[in-house]
Design a protein around this ligand. Structure first.
Ligand SMILES: NC(=O)c1ccc[n+]([C@@H]2O[C@H](COP(=O)([O-])OP(=O)(O)OC[C@H]3O[C@@H](n4cnc5c(N)ncnc54)[C@H](OP(=O)(O)O)[C@@H]3O)[C@@H](O)[C@H]2O)c1
Length: 292
């Protein structure tokens, strides 16, 4: 099968390209110079010419805070170009999987969000991703939209690496403890994507690792698991702070745990707990010289 993976220089795209390659598929990974989502006509032409059986769109404008002042760019990349890509895929009869986010919800619920719960994004990024989902499904109703959350991986920039760098330098850490979600390893999300593709599923799905925690809980776990993996952690403790003490340009949902009930029967294996996956990722990161 011919699989086009966008965003392969990012955390998730890297893992998605890897898992399809290991399964023996013909994987094409154009970078931003070859397929620039800021240019809808160009991007649609590239996708149309490549004629992949599946297009897995892991590329996105992902800078949540910067999006507040760069709304036009965020909407072009996350909505307008996506609509054109979906149209191109529909025209030649291919399949499309679009990756989306927990930030389409407002976080006011107190139970895990179902795929059918009402979205209400609080930020420009969240709105651009939601309108991207809607644009895809309008053009290609059989497309897959996979929402995930709190992504980290061995490649790319993420919270895990930021905490590690600071903790190895012995810096004091203050992390918010009133935003709850589920840290999710890009490797596990990539495996879920292969299951959806193999099962020829369509529609909206949620996938994260199992369980939930706060950013503070996540940071504490990173330091503990990193020390066990062999990293030289010099920071002894992480101070919990409220979101009000760490203002950011974009408002984030206070609670964005996603229910994985719908996707579970389609997966090849039970969903790993977030902490078990964090442990595995840190062990791999410890031995990876070119992951930083
Ligand atoms: N990170 C999270 O916590 C999180 C949570 C929920 C959902 N998601 C979603 O998961 C998906 C993957 O996220 P990620 O964390 O893997 O993102 P990431 O590490 O920030 O990578 C983003 C990718 O998109 C590419 N990209 C950005 N702008 C582009 C453009 N104009 N044209 C072409 N490529 C462009 C980047 O290329 P360059 O390397 O050239 O910049 C990079 O390969 C996204 O849809 C995101 O919205 C992420």
């Amino acid at each position: 099968m011919r699989v086009l993976v966008t965003g392969a220089t990012g955390q998730l795209g890297f893992e998605v390209a890897g898992v399809f390659r290991r399964a023996g598929h013909n994987v094409i990974t154009p970078d931003r110079r070859e397929l620039d989502l800021l240019h809808p006509d160009h991007a649609a032409t590239v996708v149309r010419n490549l004629q992949a059986d599946w297009v897995i769109n892991c590329a996105a404008y992902t800078q949540v805070d910067k999006a507040e002042s760069e709304a036009e760019t965020a909407f072009i990349v996350n909505r307008d170009t996506l609509k054109r890509l979906a149209q191109a895929v529909a025209d030649y009869g291919g399949c499309l999987l679009q990756v989306s986010t927990d930030f389409i919800f407002d976080g006011k619920q107190h139970r895990p969000y179902l795929e059918t719960d009402q979205p209400n994004p609080l930020s420009v990024y969240g709105r651009s991703k939601l309108e991207g989902e809607q644009a895809v499904l309008q053009v290609l109703p059989e497309a897959v939209v996979l929402r995930t959350a709190w992504v980290y991986g061995v490649r790319g920039h993420n919270f895990v690496k930021t905490m590690l760098r600071l903790a190895m330098a012995g810096k004091p850490l203050r992390v918010v403890d009133d935003q709850i979600g589920t840290p999710s390893w890009a490797r596990d999300i990539a495996a879920a994507i292969t299951s959806l593709v193999a099962g020829e599923a369509g529609g909206v799905f949620h996938f994260t690792n199992a369980g939930e925690t706060s950013w503070h809980g996540f940071a504490c776990a990173i330091l503990e698991e990193a020390a066990q993996a062999g990293f030289d952690i010099k920071t002894e403790a992480v101070s919990p702070i409220p979101t009000s003490s760490y203002p950011t340009p974009a408002v984030r949902p206070a609670y964005s745990v996603l229910s994985t009930e719908k996707i579970r029967p389609l997966l090849d294996a039970p969903i790993a707990n977030w902490r078990a996956s964090l442990k595995n990722m840190l062990q791999e990161l410890y031995t990876c010289a070119d992951c930083w």
